[in-house]
Design a binder for this molecule. Structure first.
Ligand code: FAD
Ligand code: NAI
Length: 463
């Protein structure tokens, strides 16, 4: 055996790299195995970071084209340099992945380059060399879910990875799946000039989010020019040199139609990635969806082997993976690491953004919990008006008897930042009144949160 570590983490995404750093901070000898050429996993290389870089650039472009006139700023001759936009995205990704490499050096985490395979508890093989480990952490993440009849070539029929790399703006982009990836990346290409049609199986967008928010979100995106075929499924897609013919079936009527697309984005969810990891040989149990089974403290059924992030159950979000990485490292060091799954925010980074934390109204109804609702629209918020960003509203849900905050759902400008206030309040077990009595700066978007909190008790001031 070549070398031995206290912890070997397999995978350097937000779950893996954060776990490795925290374990090293706590005095353990740590290695992290990564098969990509760069650290940072899906999130930094082909996920959160490049998508947000393109969302920002495309929003800047769309605003310059359409929004500045209202402010009295006349801009002429605006053109798109997509190659430059893509190069900037590459620079943003490059800086982030290099940042992780720097943090590994700073914390003395060894990067073992190559694919890791678990030989048995306590043993990991990388590039033909076997390493010893007191603890093995599986953090191998997820991959795009395939769809029968739709063969991904990452040129004409793409996953999010190909959709982040397009070298020209497609004339018509058909998106399969009206979830987070479909709407974020659909927004990017819509803003840059593509016609975008989203085909969604359910009769609503962003399932799992508050229904009322999803309905208004659909209206706003429609106004931005996105087309939706809800309650419909794609039964096949045939690519040729000139484009893709997508066959779509409307579920209610059974009507079948062909849509001509230039590019098709397949975004119907992601699934745990464990290929080549040697789970079966090591005896590590997985569930019916191929996710590594863990107990509440991230332990698998094999002593000494743990798993975190997208490869286990729960929302596939970078911050969930990070928090699990920290909690596990702390447990391995004998501390009491813990993740509060009731307070994990989720954000869709469109314009306006959608953000949520805690329970939805649908979930509270299903659980038979009595709740009060407080809502406040951004049309009545001075700062939103000044920004020219009045689409959307804040919706707070509080326990009817105790006033304790149970959930928050926001469609609006900077919703992803606004939700942090409620997440913190919920983490402290705050009531709606606690938020309502907290002094909020004026004029700020956060005042909409305060007003929604006042509205829970029926006493909003500005509506
Ligand atoms: P990953 O980030 O998937 O990392 C796993 C790593 O393990 C990979 O680098 C892989 O190469 C490596 N690996 C796998 N097997 C092996 C092996 N055997 N040996 C060595 N290395 C291996 N989440 C958010 O919270 N916010 C967002 O804005 C957001 N945007 C997204 C946008 C897109 C387009 C996509 C696809 C995802 C987005 N996500 C976002 C989800 C987020 O990327 C994931 O939840 C997160 O990356 C999960 O982290 P992880 O550490 O579990 O796994
Ligand atoms: P998703 O689960 O968000 O959405 C998939 C959508 O596809 C659902 O609405 C589903 O009903 C629909 N669908 C499923 N099968 C279908 C079919 N055959 N035809 C038509 N529609 C179908 O998954 P998505 O968008 O692929 O994202 C994957 C994961 O990545 C998500 O779990 C998300 O958490 C994460 N992510 C997070 C982001 C963020 O936090 N901002 C951004 C991008 C991804």
């Amino acid at each position: 055996m070549s070398d031995s570590f206290d912890v070997i983490v397999i995978g350097s995404g937000p779950g893996g790299y954060v776990c490795a750093i925290r374990a090293a901070q706590l005095g353990m000898k740590v290695a992290c195995v990564e098969k990509r050429d760069t650290l940072g996993g899906t999130c930094l290389n082909v996920g959160c970071i490049p998508s947000k870089a393109l969302l920002q650039s495309s929003e800047n472009y769309a605003e310059t084209l359409h929004a500045w006139k209202d402010h009295g700023i006349m801009v002429e001759g605006v053109t798109l340099d997509l190659a430059r936009m893509q190069a900037r995205k590459g620079e943003v990704v490059g800086a982030n992945v290099k940042g992780v490499e720097f943090l590994f050096k700073k914390n003395k985490v060894t990067w073992l380059k190559g694919a890791g395979r678990i030989v048995a508890a306590g043993k990991v093989e990388v590039a033909g060399i076997e390493y010893g480990a007191k603890h093995i952490v599986i953090a191998t993440g997820s991959e795009s879910m395939p769809l029968p009849g739709v063969t991904v070539d990452e040129t004409r029929i793409v996953t999010s990875t190909g959709a982040l790399e397009l070298a020209t703006v497609p004339g018509h982009l058909v998106v399969i799946g009206g979830g987070v990836i479909g709407l974020e990346l659909g927004s990017v290409w819509r803003r840059l000039g593509a016609q975008v049609t989203v085909v969604e199986f359910l009769d609503r967008l962003i399932p799992g989010n508050d229904g009322e928010i999803a309905k208004q979100f659909e209206r706003v995106l429609s106004r931005q020019g996105m087309k939706f075929k809800l309650g419909a499924k794609v039964t096949g897609a045939v690519a040729s040199d000139t484009g893709v013919v997508v066959t779509v079936e409307t579920l209610k009527t059974g009507k079948v139609e062909d849509i001509q697309a230039d590019v098709v984005l397949l975004a119907i969810g992601r699934r745990a990635f464990t290929e080549g990891l040697g789970l079966a040989e090591a005896g590590v149990a997985t569930d019916e969806r191929g996710r590594v089974k863990t107990d509440p403290h991230f332990a698998t059924n094999v002593p000494g082997i743990y798993a975190i992030g997208d490869v286990i159950a729960g929302p596939m979000l970078a911050h969930k993976a990070e928090d699990e990485g920290v909690a596990l490292a702390e447990r391995l060091a004998g501390q009491a690491g813990h993740v509060n799954y009731a307070v994990i925010p989720g954000v869709v980074y469109t314009a306006p953004e959608v953000a949520s934390v805690g329970k939805t109204e649908e979930e509270l109804k299903a659980a038979g919990i009595e709740y009060a609702v407080g809502k406040f629209p951004f049309t009545a918020n001075g700062r939103a008006r000044a920004m020219g960003a009045t689409d959307g509203f804040v919706k707070l849900l509080a326990d009817k008897a105790t006033d304790r905050l149970l959930g928050a759902h926001i469609l609006g400008p900077d919703a992803g930042t606004l939700i942090a206030e409620i997440a913190l309040a919920m983490e402290f077990g705050a009531s709606a009144e606690d938020v309502a009595r907290t002094c909020h700066a004026h004029p700020s978007l956060n005042e909409a949160v305060k007003e929604a909190a006042l509205a829970v008790a029926g006493r909003a001031l500005h509506i």
